[in-house]
Ligand binder design. Sequence first.
Ligand SMILES: Cc1cc2nc3c(=O)[nH]c(=O)nc-3n(C[C@H](O)[C@H](O)[C@H](O)COP(=O)(O)OP(=O)(O)OC[C@H]3O[C@@H](n4cnc5c(N)ncnc54)[C@H](O)[C@@H]3O)c2cc1C
Length: 614
Amino acid sequence: MKVHKHDAIIIGAGGAGLMAALYASKGGADVAVVSKLYPTRSHTGTAQGGIGAALGNLDEDKPIYHTYDTVKGGDYLTDQAAAKILAENAVDAVIELEHMGLPFDRTSAKRISQRRFGGHTRNFGEELVRRACHAADRTGHMILQTLYQQCIKNEVSFFDEFQVVDMIVVDGVCAGVVAIELGSGEFHIFHGKASFFATGGWGRCWSVTSNAHSLTGDGAAIALRRGLPLEDMEFFQFHPTGIYRMGILITEGVRGEGGVLINSQGERFMERYAPSAKDLASRDVVSRAIYLETRAGRSIKNRGYVHLDVRPGTVNRYFAEEGRDRGDFIDDATIERKLPDILDFCRTYLGVDPVHEPMPVQPTAHYAMGGIPTNVDAEVVIDAAGAIMPGAYAAGETACVSVHGANRLGTNSLVDLVVFGRRGGMKVAEYVKGADWVALPGDAGNEIRAEFDRIRGGSGASRPGELRQLMQQTMMENVGVFRSEETLQQGIDDLAELRDRFHKDLQIDDKSRVFNTDLMEAWELGCLLDLADVTARAAFERKESRGAHSREDFKARDDENWMAHSLVSMSGEMSAPHFELNFDRKVDLSLWEEEIAQGLPEDQQKFRPIERVY
Ligand SMILES: Cc1cc2nc3c(=O)[nH]c(=O)nc-3n(C[C@H](O)[C@H](O)[C@H](O)COP(=O)(O)OP(=O)(O)OC[C@H]3O[C@@H](n4cnc5c(N)ncnc54)[C@H](O)[C@@H]3O)c2cc1C
């Protein structure tokens, strides 16, 4: 196998990977980025709504308010010190992106324009604040282009269309990764002092998802298979507004501009579920509300979707009712200017013109709050006490810092990428200066090569496409927005059967080597099955409702017993592995503890868990 040697191997070229690569290279490291997609095709490029930072350009705002919203939005599972770092670093990070040339929209005073987003408030929940910085509805695209240019300028080496399929761990230290060059089907070893996973999410476990086809959780699955734990896997966010049946995302920015959700009775039903935040309540709340409306027989045509209405007539009528300033009122031109891509998607894929008609939307699997556990410097954590694996790093959606707790606020993922990608990149630069090279074992890569031979050579009766569809269906039905012991058990049983078929009865059609997407998709299905399984198992064990995890048999949040992160690990035979799960990693409540130490009376303790208001 060909061996490539670089100080730092960054796996993934989305926002997190590129930011880490940029900062590791700025710190003097020799950096290689290995990516299965061409970098600018990474999912970060589809992020529409914006990146949150308390710049205060349009409303009074402070990082501490952003910290509070992040903790409360995460339903108090968020690690509080990490949330503070996120909110404080967000301000510099956005200004830095601007200086790199990112073309943000502007206010009339030529400052970075900001819009409202769910759960982002001023003065500890007093009112919604304009915090999301945006470049029309193409913010992620601009971030990706900007960072890619900077990496090229800094002479980062790129290995595009190389898919990492295993990591090499020698005596508890990560020594690199094994990848397949998609164009030739050949295996390559990337030998590095530091390996940095930034491989994104795994929305493809579910049938209706906003996630691209490539989001199969490879990095998290590889870590799990190499004995690392995954954290908080039971928390997966459903975004309330995916295009009906297709899942394509309609950004929350539409509601930020005044769009409202309407049921079959013509009611703005969010007024009932969240009287103050209404349509901009946090995503878990809005997704549950849509399901409850559906159950009550009030979805449109009884088909499980509702309408998202951003027609100026509707929006202005509600603005008038709320006594909003006439200056806030919108017209057709405002929508065309602020939401060009959304209009284009709807016109192209639905034949619906949002300027004149409402859009049909339903909850869509969107974002993994859990993932590879890390500390605030992106070092991979291997146990509840916070021990790290030297040489292993992770950031972005594949990682769990944890800043999103049980539910991520809109615009906080892009912040997470740039803030923790940057911190991780700096840490890597420092680490590789002092660390010794770990020698590669003689058999490096052999095990995974054998696994690929098995998949390619299989002559069973099960095709990956069929197994994938069954997995996505059971995840949607049994491990979706609402869960119970019964549905989760069903999910676990279904997944066990699919796992068995995957390992014992598989066959793929294409046996060739060059650009064999059939083979790679089969391997990715194995990753999805592992991640689906640990998601269902962690959800089964968490006997409370918190954030995105809603148990019909345990409806209340239970801070007494469940203020802890789950850690799940897997060992033994891949066809019938053994799982271990614990809740020993306690949530960091340091901001609240500081308030207590300062002697603040209870009603002034902002970071004290408060009851769920929904
Ligand atoms: C439609 C949509 C809209 C969104 N809008 C917003 C928004 O407005 N604001 C916000 O904050 N968040 C938003 N999000 C969430 C946010 O965009 C993502 O969480 C974030 O972009 C993930 O970035 P990442 O760097 O972790 O990974 P990604 O951008 O997903 O990139 C993953 C990278 O890993 C590589 N990779 C994966 N597997 C392998 C492998 N095995 N080997 C080699 N390379 C591999 C891929 O090639 C890719 O380069 C949105 C998400 C979606 C899906």
